[in-house]
Design a protein around this ligand. Structure first.
Ligand code: NAD
Length: 464
C-alpha cells in the first residue's frame, strides 16, 4: 500500500487526514493520500515562483538533458508504475505499460523539440533589429485526470519544463500514487522547487486554479474545465483545457457491417470506454443497421476489458444505461452489474436509442455503445453536430464524396475517416465548445507554454 506525500518547494511532506484509493479489480485499498490545503498550495506556488527564473535562464540544451534523464528514469520504472496505475484505475498492466511507453516517448520528444522552439526575426527597417522572442510563461499548474495518468502528465509536464516553466502538478485523486511515483522519478532531474506535486481532489485543484500561477493546464471533465476557466478569468492566468467529449461514430450505407462493428467495438470498449476520444454514440444507416447490430453484439461478447475506475463511476455509467432502457432503448448485450468485488462492468450494446437519451447526449465514459438508426448520411451528420462537445468524430464510409463532405461539416478538433483510432505523429487539434481550448498536446503545446514578446531595437542618434 502506497502512502502518498506532497512535494512542496523541493521537500517531501506527509499530509494530515488520508483518503484511500480502492483497487477496482478486487475492491481493496491500494494507496492512501492527503489533500493539500490552500496554505500548502500557496507554498508550492511560491516555491515554484522563486526558482523559475533560474530554470528559465538554464540553457535549453541543459533542460533537454534533464528531461532525457527523467524519461530514462520513468522507462526503467515501467513495471512498478504500470502495477500501480493498474491497481489504481483498472487498466490491465500490459496496457498500462504501453501508455507509460507513450509518456516516455512524449518526454523525449519535448526534450528535443524544446531546444528547437524559438522565435523569429522580422524584416523591418534595415537599421533596426526586430525580433519575436518566446519566453516561458512562468508557473504552470498542471491538473490531470486518472484515465491515462502517466501519458497525459508527461505531456503537460514535459512541454512546460522544456520551455523553462516551473510546474505545480496535481494528479487525480483516483491515481495519486501513480502521480506521486512519477514525480519521484522526474523531480530529481530538475532543480528543487521546479517541480512540485500536490495530492488531493477537487478542492485542492480549485485552490491551485485560483492561485497566483500563470497557466492552468487542465485535462479532465468539461464541468471542471469550465470552473477552471472561470477561476483563470478572475486571476488573469491562461487556461489551457483538454476536456470531455461525446464522440460520434457515423456508419454509412455500403460499408462491410462486420468491419464497421469491429471498429465500433474498439472505439467504444477500449480502456473500458474511458478514453476522451472513445466512441460515445453511433449513428448507423438504416440499410445496414440490422447486420451491424448483430455483428456488434458478437464483438461485445468477444471483448475482454478491465474494470471501471471505481464503483462510483460505475454507478454513473449504469445509471445512463438504465435511463436509456427506461426511455425505450433495447439492451442487446451487457448492461448488468456483475456480482462480486471490484468495479467491473460488461461491454454493453443499446439499440433503438434517440438523441434525447442521456447516454447519447452526454459523455458516458464507460464500455457502452448506444446505437441510433438514421435514414441518411446527412441525417447522421446533423445528429452528430447537435452536441455541446467538439472533441473528435469518426466516419466509416466507402464514398469519397461523403468522406470529404463529412470532414468539412464536422465541427470538432479531430476527424477520422475509416479508422476509430490513428493519426500521424505530431498532429494536434483545437477542441471545440465544451471539449476545451488551446493545444493540449503535440508540438504546438510548446507555443501554449510560452508567451511571445516582440522586440524592436534601434540604435540611439549618432550610433552606439
Ligand atoms: P475531472 O475534471 O473530474 O478531474 C481531473 C482533475 O481535475 C483531477 O486532478 C481533479 O482533482 C481536478 N479537479 C476536480 N475538480 C476541480 C476543480 N473544481 N478545480 C480544479 N481542479 C479540479 O476529470 P476526470 O474524471 O479525472 O477525467 C475524466 C475526464 O477527462 C473525461 O471527461 C475525459 O473525457 C477527460 N479527458 C480528456 C482528455 C482530452 O485530451 N480531451 C484526455 C483525458 C481525459
Amino acid at each position: 500500500m502506497h502512502i502518498v506525500e506532497h512535494l512542496i518547494a523541493g521537500r517531501w511532506s506527509a499530509g494530515g487526514d488520508l483518503s484511500n484509493v480502492i483497487d477496482p479489480f478486487i475492491g481493496k485499498p491500494v494507496a492512501s493520500f492527503p489533500a493539500a490545503t490552500p496554505h500548502e498550495v500557496a507554498a508550492a506556488v511560491a516555491g515554484a515562483r522563486a526558482v523559475q527564473p533560474d530554470w528559465a535562464a538554464t540553457a535549453p540544451a541543459a533542460r533537454a538533458e534533464a528531461l532525457r534523464a527523467a524519461a530514462n528514469a520513468v522507462e526503467q520504472a515501467t513495471d512498478v508504475l504500470a502495477r500501480t496505475m493498474s491497481a489504481e484505475m483498472g487498466k490491465p498492466e500490459a496496457e498500462a505499460a504501453g501508455s507509460i511507453a507513450a509518456g516516455v516517448g512524449t518526454l523525449r520528444q519535448y526534450a528535443e523539440l524544446g531546444q528547437l522552439h524559438s522565435g523569429r526575426t522580422l524584416g523591418g527597417d534595415p537599421g533596426a533589429l526586430d525580433l519575436m522572442v518566446r519566453e516561458p510563461r512562468g508557473v504552470v499548474a498542471a491538473i490531470t485526470p486518472w484515465n491515462d495518468p502517466v501519458a497525459v502528465s508527461c505531456g503537460l509536464l514535459g512541454a512546460a519544463l522544456a520551455t523553462g516553466n516551473a510546474v505545480v502538478y496535481k494528479p487525480s485523486e483516483r491515481t495519486p500514487a501513480t502521480g506521486w511515483l512519477l514525480t519521484k522519478l522526474l523531480a530529481p532531474h530538475v532543480p528543487p522547487g521546479v517541480l512540485s506535486m500536490l495530492a488531493g481532489g477537487g478542492s485542492t485543484g480549485a485552490a491551485l486554479a485560483e492561485s497566483a500561477v500563470d497557466v492552468v493546464a487542465h485535462v479532465g471533465s468539461t464541468a471542471t474545465g469550465r470552473a477552471i476557466a472561470a477561476a483563470a478569468a478572475r486571476t488573469g492566468a491562461k487556461a489551457l483545457l483538454e476536456n470531455g467529449g461525446c464522440d460520434p461514430l457515423i456508419v454509412d450505407a455500403g460499408v462491410d457491417p462486420a468491419w464497421a462493428a469491429a471498429q465500433a467495438a474498439v472505439g467504444a470498449f477500449a480502456n473500458a470506454g474511458q478514453i476522451c476520444v472513445s466512441v460515445e454514440r453511433i449513428y448507423v444507416h438504416a440499410d445496414i443497421a440490422e447486420e451491424f447490430l448483430t455483428a456488434l453484439v458478437k464483438e461485445a461478447a468477444a471483448t475482454e476489458i478491465g474494470p471501471l475506475v471505481d464503483v462510483r463511476h460505475r454507478g454513473g455509467v449504469h445509471g445512463q444505461v438504465v435511463d436509456a432502457v427506461d426511455r425505450g432503448a433495447r439492451l442487446l448485450a451487457g448492461g448488468v452489474i456483475p456480482d462480486g468485488p471490484g468495479a467491473w462492468y460488461p461491454p454493453t450494446v443499446l439499440a433503438g436509442c434517440t438523441d434525447e437519451m442521456r447516454v447519447v447526449e452526454t459523455e458516458t465514459f464507460g464500455p457502452v455503445a448506444p446505437v441510433v438508426t438514421v435514414a441518411s448520411f446527412d441525417e447522421a451528420l446533423r445528429c452528430a453536430a447537435r452536441s455541446p462537445y467538439g472533441l473528435a468524430a469518426t466516419v466509416l464510409t466507402a464514398s469519397m464524396s461523403n468522406a470529404h463532405w463529412a470532414w468539412q461539416q464536422l465541427e470538432v478538433g479531430t476527424v477520422k475517416i475509416n479508422a476509430v483510432f490513428g493519426g500521424a505523429p505530431g498532429g494536434a487539434a483545437h477542441p471545440r465548445r465544451g471539449s476545451g481550448q488551446g493545444f493540449g498536446y503535440g508540438p504546438e503545446l510548446l507555443d501554449e507554454m510560452t508567451a511571445t514578446k516582440v522586440v524592436h531595437l534601434e540604435s540611439p542618434p549618432g550610433g552606439w
